[in-house]
Every structure is written in structure tokens, then in C-alpha cells.
Design a protein around this ligand. Sequence first.
Ligand code: NAD
Length: 493
Amino acid sequence: MVSRIIPVDNFDLVVFGATGDLAMRKIFPALYHRFIAQQMPADARIIGVARSDVSEENFRKLVQENLQKFCPQSVKQHDNLQDFLNNIQYISIDVHGDKGWALLQKAMRADDDTDNNIVQAFYLSVNPSLFGIIASKLKQHHIAHKQSRIIIEKPFGTDAASAKALNAALRTSFSEQQIYRIDHYLGKETVQNLMVLRFANALWEPLWNSTHIDHVQITVAENIGVQGRGEYYDKSGAMRDMVQNHLMQLLCLTAMEPPSRFHPDAVRNEKVKVIESLEPVAQTDIVRGQYLASNINGDADGSYHQHVNNPDSMTESYIAMKVNIGNWRWAGTPFYLRTGKKLRSRCSEIAIIFREPPHMIFPKSSHQRANSLIIRLQPNEKIDLHTMAKEAGLGGMRLTEAVLNMNFQDTINNQLDVQDAYERLIMDVIRGSQTLFMRDDEVEAAWEWIDPIIDGWHKANHRPLPYEAGSAGPDDALMLMHRDGRRWQEIEP
Ligand code: NAD
């Protein structure tokens, strides 16, 4: 088979927050995998920056230990870990101060005046309160130039005003074309496959509207609680932490009009139009919850209130909502979104539920289901089409549900490992492709739709409903569907 790995240009990637959780768990493993795959040039450099005063040698050891922990198979199967580590440098900088920046400047190979084709990128894997200061220090110390790229992680603000302020702070040093706002959901194989499915096949487009689709469900369920991030989470909640970014992105990709071409701004323009078409949500179309303490199979765990150490907390660890999109394609087809912690299992998926056949010629059967297209993001990325079929054999016309696997795993990609979203996204930054990253107006439009909903809760002093850990969420969320004659997909691994 011809290799489908297209090597990227040589680069210097500076990772701020290099000793942190995200860097060790996701960024270094992603880079190591691209190194093994030879997509990354053998002499591409990674420069770790953090506050800790550790030597370069000890930093490399730390990276090595974490690679052994987070991708043990890859380390075992390849003997080039040392080559990868040799390309890593470390510089200790407290970004509030002025020490260390000159060293960083010296370590960079790319600059504005030389045409050496070395891409320069800065990954800000640090608290968002440091984004503005790092951006301005990079400019002040003549480290970043007009072609440099800067990568930032959510949260992109906590409301429209703070998102605008953050965007403005970044723009004092970087143009929008240089800024890559990561939402790792967009780097997932199936999310991209959704775009191909919709826009590279003529089959679906005539069906992709309210005439044929009854409703859409978007679920991002986690089975863990907020332990360890309690303080951050309690100021945020499911609406800010998940809906504003991940669920909103999935909704946009499902609902958007076909862009004129697969070009960053063409795609992002269509996504913004979806967000701007979202109708205000009535409080009666929202269910918020907080998980209770649990004891599942002898495994005792605290409640949301205990985990955030705040018995009066009114922040939601679960949210379900019915969202209407006010445009010709989707009028009459609601999108039901739900996300929560401590649910039955970890499961992220988009379910497109088609309408029932207009007239049923077969005897009524409990096996009859409307067709559905299930796009599973995690675990086990896949796309399944649920259809009705005849149960094989004699004995009359009995109907049964048949599931078609739309990944065509056996025919097109059985020889390729599915990459982690971070691998694809970091390589996209080096290639200079912004299609899978959020643009400033997208982020701001999402907050502008969400802010009045959160304000409404505050004004009404709204208290989330308790729900059992290990369940599918509060009973009222089931009612949100039942009252419309619908039901949620099962939350299953
Ligand atoms: P962390 O607390 O584990 O690491 C923070 C890093 O920032 C450390 O390397 C620390 O040395 C460095 N740092 C802190 N203050 C500094 C300063 N003044 N100067 C220089 N370096 C400084 O955080 P994390 O979990 O790795 O998260 C990093 C960012 O990514 C956060 O914005 C977080 O919201 C976001 N994020 C994290 C995850 C995750 O899974 N961890 C997921 C999504 C988004």
C-alpha cells in the first residue's frame, strides 16, 4: 500500500505549560506518534517552556516517563524514543517576568528575515489568564513573527464579554490567520467523516432536512465526576465547559449548509450561520442536574457538592436541552443536546433520527424503528446506519433492525491506525490549515446565544435537580423527550 502519510514542513514548536497535565497526557504522545509515523521531520524541534526550574535532562526524563505511561505500546514497539527525546529542549520561564525569553529567542531557528521554511508555532497549554501576557511577551521579545502560529485551548472566555476581551488581547500580537483555537472533538476521525459523508455523497443531501429527519440527538456523556478539577468546574458547569464548545461544534457540523469548498473560511462561515440561526431556548426546554453520592458495586464516591466542596453550589454537572434552529432546512426538527458527568458510561455520539415511513404496509411490530444514523465519536469511533430488514427464513414477514457499518473499515482503512485528535490537529497547525479550528466570531456568537440562558438561571435562582450517579441523568430529562413523543438513545459504551 502506498503510504498516505504526507510529511509536514520542518518546525519549531514551543509548548508553554510543558510540565502540565495536557502536555504530558496529550501533546507529547501526539508528537511522538507523528514522529514514529515519520510525518514529523526527524529534526523538528519541540521546546518545552514552564515555570518549573528543571534541567533539560530531567525534563526529557519526565517526557520519557509519561510516554511510557500514556503510550506504552508505541514505546515498546519502536526503538527511536531517544531520537525523539533528543529533539526536545526545555527553558524555564515564569511568563510574568522577563527572564528566559532571550534564551527562547535564541533557541528558535525560524525568523522573519530568513526564508528557511521552518514553521514556528506556540502551543499555549496554560491557564487562559496567561494567554494575553504570553502573546504580548512573544512580540515584545521579538520571538514571534508574522508567519508564527499560536494554538490555544478552551475555555475561550466565560461569556461573550470575556471571549471578546481574550480575542482582542491575542490580536494585539497575532492576526486571526495565526490563531488556532483547538476543540479536539473536531480532530476526531468520525467528525471529519461526517463532513465527507454529507458533502461527498449525493445520497444524503435530499434527506438532510426537516422533511425527512424527525430530530437529532447529540450526547456527550462521561462516567467520571469532577474530582481534581472541582474548583474550576464549579465556576463553569456543563453549559460553559461542554455545550459552548464541543456540543455546539457538533451541532454546527451536523446542521450547516454545504460550504462552497473545503476551505477554512468557507466552512467556518457556514458554522457561524448555524449559531446565528439558533432560537432562544425557553427555560422549560432545559433540564439541569447535579449528581448524588454513589456506592456502585462497593465503590463509594462523593456527590457533586462534596467534589466541589460547596454544599450550596447551584452549578450543573448535567444539562439536557431542546434547541430549535430557525432556518428553512431545520424548522420543525429539534436538536436535543445533553451532556453530564457521572452518567452510566462514557459515550459521545450524534444520532440522526429519520421520520417513520409515511404508511406502513406490514403488520405493526414492536421491532419497528425509524431509520437512524449514529455517529459515534467515543469510545470506538464509528458510523452506523440502522435500517429495517426482513428476518431471514420462513414463517411470514417478520421485521428486524439491521445495522450497516458506514465506516467501511475493511475496504478503506484497515491498515491505518486511527490517530488521536491531537495528532491530526497539531499537524494541521504545521500545515497552516485552520478548517478544524474555531474562528473568533464563532466563539463569540456561541457565547452570545448562551449568555442569556445562564443569566436566566441566575435571575431565577435556579437550582439543578439531583440525579443518581451511574444513571442517564435526572428523570425530567426523560420527560423532555417523552412529552414530544420521543426517547433518548441509550447511553452505552
Ligand atoms: P496544568 O495545571 O497541569 O499545567 C499548567 C502548566 O502551566 C504547568 O506546566 C505550569 O508550569 C505552567 N505554568 C503555570 N503558571 C505559569 C507561569 N506563570 N509561567 C510559566 N508557566 C506556567 O494544566 P493543564 O491541565 O495542563 O491545562 C492547560 C490548559 O489546557 C488549561 O487552559 C486547561 O483549561 C486546558 N485544557 C486542559 C485539558 C486537560 O485535559 N488537562 C483539557 C482541555 C483544556
